[in-house]
Design a protein around this ligand. Structure first.
Ligand code: SF4
Length: 245
């Protein structure tokens, strides 16, 4: 024991960790690839460890930041897991780990790895940061500002501007998901319901509820291709990856 097809055991273990879950995570909700998230959580499938390396690289960079010391006198909350349920919906539980929060500035930040630096914060990252902001607020911390620290191998860049639905540039603090609690609960509640029905009842969402830019590298495409594009309830036992390789 110690390797699998040339990969170190710890790499294999980290790369395969956390794929089965019963409650939607903040990143699954914000990621918008709900059909893929549900399929990954309900059927058995083969993965190439190499395809998981971008995810693993993100975890390594996060772990590295955890080791950095805070400047003397600066109060920070770092890598803290927060839990809450959507107001009025106790069954809709959310959790997430806050990368960085400055209590005095009421500011939240998150780290994201990328190969090419974006010009503005991506919509999925705004939603994820908004989720962390609401988790903090529902746990008694005020949040007024937000930023994403994009990290490539060659550079790092802090961005706090994004585009609204009309294509106008706004700050993250002006994004509706970030400041409007009712709107955040409505949108997140919709996503939570779709994902939960998938995890619990094997109700596979429509392809419309998936970011099809990622289809080419999708490890469950073979199953997705067999399922009605508008979604259907499946029996996971009917999906055997070996029949499709
Ligand atoms: S193949 Fe595309 S649409 Fe189907 S689950 Fe994968 S990413 Fe989603």
């Amino acid at each position: 024991m110690g390797h699998l097809d040339g990969y170190p055991m710890l790499i294999v273990s980290a790369a395969l960790n956390d794929w089965k879950r019963t409650n939607p995570s903040a990143s699954q909700i914000a990621g918008g690839s709900w059909r893929r998230s549900v399929l990954e959580a309900t059927i058995d499938y083969y993965v190439k460890i190499g395809d998981r390396m971008p995810l693993l690289r993100g975890s390594l960079i996060h772990k590295g930041f955890e080791g950095f010391r805070s400047p003397p006198g600066v109060k920070l909350i770092r890598e803290k897991t927060m839990r809450a349920h959507l107001p009025k919906f106790p069954e809709m539980r959310l959790s997430g780990t806050i990368d960085l929060y400055y209590p005095v500035a009421k500011r939240i930040e998150d780290y994201k790895t990328c190969t090419k630096m974006p010009k503005q914060v991506k919509p999925a990252h705004v939603w994820q940061l908004a989720t962390y902001a609401w988790l903090l607020r529902w746990n008694g911390y005020a949040v007024s500002h937000g930023a994403i620290n994009y990290q490539s191998w060659r550079d790092c860049l802090q961005l706090s501007r994004t585009l609204d639905e009309n294509g106008s540039e706004i700050s993250i603090a002006e994004a509706k998901l970030f400041y409007d609690e009712q709107f955040f609960v409505q949108e997140t509640g919709k996503a939570w319901t779709v994902l939960k029905a998938g995890y619990r009842d094997y109700d596979i969402p429509s392809m419309v509820k998936c970011n099809t830019n990622w289809c080419r590298g999708c490890a469950v495409k073979w199953a997705c291709d067999q399922i009605d594009r508008w979604g259907e309830i499946i029996d996971p036992a009917d999906y055997n990856h070996e029949d499709y390789v």
